[in-house]
Write a protein that binds this ligand. Structure first.
Ligand SMILES: [Zn+2]
Length: 333
């Protein structure tokens, strides 16, 4: 997943102010879809945390896990990236809506990869959530990908599941890290202290992924998606806990240190140290784009300008590129 192919049209300076209006997500999936998804996800996620992950925790960490209550509401649609830990009441919040949304993004990326489509459209979609006024349906509907995509193609099924699973493992471990270190609520600490807590929770998650020998294949998608939301724009839902390039650089460094640790010996044929290092490069690249205000404006502008037809036409590669070039040309005029 590279963002370097966005660079050719990136030397444009944007003067347009962008406003961020809170989006209402309650209509994105139907009640029955969310309830059905809740049944499937909640037992899987419970098993992932209290069985799969628990097996790898030391005594201290198990003490932390024992006080965790997992809250997986089906009807909470505040924000598609809402995963959090409340250290005061020991609750880790994993809304089904956020998991379903991440599942959709995982399927979209795998599908686009498989069929050589414009993967950037997935991130244009995410940027559009915050910066566009258009009415956006759920990711797979907007990107015109079948809800049966995972059934239609083995590669899509396999890759999307691995992406989702490893992204969720990272998220659960990161939240467990906040609990383990008794981190403070963001309401009572400075942004600098919040950043230190984030890095510490990441380090905890990476340590455990290493112990579990779980290659963090879904991390690029997760960080790429989260990074599309500009924390510097006033009113942005993630303004309080911005993703920073420091945080990403620390993760990339961690991945490059004995990358083979992340691979089960039996899987060495399928996953290589080179793949882990290339994940580190992708994550570094996201960090670089986060620290460039031009790049951020560019990605925000794409989110603001993208149309339903462009999102839905991501698989018509050439037409798609021409449409972006035409639009940016119109802006400079
Ligand atoms: Zn955190």
């Amino acid at each position: 997943m590279s963002i370097s192919n966005l660079l050719p049209v990136f030397m444009i300076v944007f003067l347009l102010p962008s406003s961020v209006a809170a989006r209402n997500y309650s209509q994105m999936y139907s009640t029955s879809e969310l309830q059905r998804a809740n049944k499937v996800y909640s037992s899987n996620i419970r098993g992932m945390l209290f069985q799969d992950i628990a097996r790898y925790l030391n005594n201290d960490e198990l003490v932390t896990l024992r006080r965790v209550r997992l809250w997986q509401p089906w009807d909470r649609t505040t924000d598609p990236f809402e995963f959090s830990a409340n250290v005061v009441n020991n609750v880790i919040l994993i809304p089904t809506f956020s998991v379903k949304f991440l599942d959709d993004l995982s399927i979209a990326i795998a599908w686009f990869e498989r069929f050589g489509c414009n993967k950037e459209s997935v991130f244009d979609y995410v940027a559009a959530l915050d910066f566009s006024d258009i009415d956006l349906p759920a990711p797979l509907t907007a990107l015109k990908i079948s809800y049966q995509a995972y059934r239609l193609d083995n590669y899509v099924d396999d890759v999307s599941q691995k992406t989702l699973k490893s992204a969720l493992a990272f998220i659960l471990l990161h939240e467990l890290g906040h609990m383990h270190f008794h981190h403070k609520s963001y309401n009572v600490i400075s942004p600098e202290q919040a950043q230190i807590q984030e890095v510490e929770a990441d380090r905890f998650a990476m340590k455990l992924l290493r112990r579990m020998r779980l290659p963090p294949l879904g991390m690029t998608l997760w960080f790429m998606a989260v990074s599309m939301r500009d924390p510097l724009v006033s009113g942005s839902p993630r303004q309080k806990y911005p993703l920073t390039s420091n945080r990403l650089q620390a993760i990339a460094r961690d991945l490059r240190t004995s990358p083979a640790d992340f691979i089960e010996p039996a899987n060495r044929g399928k996953v290589s140290s080179n793949m882990i290092c290339s994940l580190a490069n992708d994550i570094d690249e996201i960090g670089t784009s986060l620290s460039s205000s031009d790049m951020r404006s560019f990605l925000r502008e794409r989110g603001r300008l993208v149309t339903p037809a462009m999102l839905g036409g991501a698989c018509e590669a050439e037409k798609h590129d021409q449409e972006w070039l035409r639009r940016f040309r119109n802006i400079i005029k």
